[in-house]
Design a protein around this ligand. Structure first.
Ligand SMILES: Cc1ncc(COP(=O)(O)O)c(C=O)c1O
Length: 424
């Protein structure tokens, strides 16, 4: 194969290949051959790197798949295309899911577009809403993939970031000083006039949930300016405190708010690619045009299984129980993680409000710290700089993959602590 510089790739792709996702780079470091090359035993490595969940999917969902696959006629049907926005019945059931779990009112199939996970849908939402030269407001820190996704979805997008972390005090400003962040938001909005404001609830990597007052200010300001507010709800079902009111907002009441939802984290359907957008019908219809060119239709088998599972699991109460039981597992994993960080690292960190992560201040350039820590301890964490400049001295620790093996959480963090003390 010739080197990529010798083949005729697009300028955009060449530019983006030169700027690979920092998280993917780190995860590559943890691949078996690289671990062996470092002289480490792969079975001794403890990885806090992965942004994924590891609990069991609902058994009733597994059975729904089995019923469809075991019956010749339904299996045949699962090989057909559905409508571009997804099967009407499945769209209706996903609307019911949101109403049942989060109390979202007045929601119907017309507010739902199904896609192949939130990654594809976020790309298509960008494509649907943005023009060249537009500005998008992201948080600092936030999910590392948004900038690359913006670059691929729409040319010449300007990104401005709203600073949410104080790296000096390691405090999360929307909690420590919400009025200041609201004032900062208004100032930045007036200066840059973004067409879209996007944040995660809870966010990756901080696992913090923006307070209602800030999100209400964002909603009102974007609405008056004719702009959009998008909320990435990839971790919506992992909440350790009563969720703020905006978890239950409906496009019927707030027409400029777009919810990005995913099957990946709540029911461990990461590889069974399914996600959905909740928005006003005009956005959903526009997405249909975009998806005709990006996806054609979402996975039919996944939609058939979901459309069987949701009404049955709402009916017998098992969906609510499943969400509650899953939450309890991640809340406990978060508690164990924070207790181990406090005991073994004694460094500033954020207490998760949901999600799969905490961020810890390592007090030094994290890009250099992470490979040294892996080499010395066999423990992998993710450097924070890829999530935003405020985390350049921080690392993300994910307890998601270790939720069923909490002893590894304690073991991994205590190894890091021993190394830090011995090298101090
Ligand atoms: C904030 C956030 N959004 C979206 C995704 C991607 O989710 P999906 O599997 O639905 O594409 C992730 C994955 O880690 C994430 O952290």
């Amino acid at each position: 194969m010739p080197p990529t510089t010798d083949v005729r790739l697009s300028q955009l792709v060449r530019a983006q290949i030169a700027r690979p996702s920092p998280i993917r780079q780190i995860m590559k470091m943890a691949e078996r051959q690289n671990i062996l090359a470092m002289g480490l035993a792969p079975e001794d490595v403890i990885s806090f790197g992965g942004g994924w969940v590891n609990h069991q999917a609902p058994d009733a969902l597994r059975r729904a798949y089995a019923e469809i696959v075991n019956d010749e006629a339904t299996f045949h049907k699962s090989g057909a295309y559905t409508a571009t926005l997804g099967d009407r019945d499945c769209r209706e059931q996903l609307a019911r899911f949101e109403t049942h779990v989060f109390g979202v009112p007045r929601l119907g199939a017309e507010h739902v577009a199904i896609g192949a996970g939130s990654t594809q849908l976020t790309h298509d939402v960008f494509r649907t809403l943005l023009d060249p030269g537009d500005t998008v407001m992201l948080m600092d820190p936030t999910y590392a993939n948004y900038e690359g996704q913006l670059a691929f979805a729409a040319p010449d997008i300007n990104v401005v970031r709203l600073r949410l972390m104080d790296p000096q005090t390691w405090s999360y400003l929307p909690r420590a000083d919400p009025d200041r962040v609201i004032a900062d938001f208004h100032r930045a909005f007036d200066q840059h006039r973004p067409r879209l404001v996007l944040f995660g609830a809870p966010d990756n990597p901080t696992s913090q949930v923006l307070p209602q007052s800030l999100v209400e200010a964002m909603r009102a300001r974007t609405e008056t300016a004719g702009a959009w507010l998008a909320i990435d709800f990839a971790y919506k079902c992992q909440f350790f405190q009563t969720p703020p009111a905006y978890y239950g907002w409906s496009p019927a009441d707030y027409p400029n708010v777009i919810g990005i939802h995913s099957n990946s984290k709540w029911g461990r359907g990461l590889g069974r690619r399914l996600g959905w957008i909740i928005a006003v019908p005009q956005v959903i219809e526009a997405l249909e045009r975009v998806q005709q060119c990006s996806l054609l239709c979402p996975d039919t088998l996944a939609q058939m299984a979901m459309a069987r599972y949701v009404p049955a699991a709402i009916g017998d109460g098992s969906l609510r129980r499943y969400v509650d039981d899953t939450n309890a597992k991640y809340r406990e994993a978060a508690r164990i993680t924070i207790a181990a960080v406090d005991e073994h690292l004694g460094r500033p960190r954020l207490e998760p409000m949901g999600g799969l992560y905490t961020v810890v201040d390592v007090g030094t350039d994290a890009d250099a710290f992470v490979p040294r820590a892996l080499q010395a301890t066999g423990v992998l964490v993710v450097p924070g700089g890829g999530f935003g400049p405020s985390l350049a001295h921080g690392v993300r620790i994910s307890y998601g993959p270790l939720v069923m093996t909490p002893e590894k959480i304690t073991e991994g963090i205590s190894r890091l602590g021993r190394w830090l003390r011995s090298s101090a």
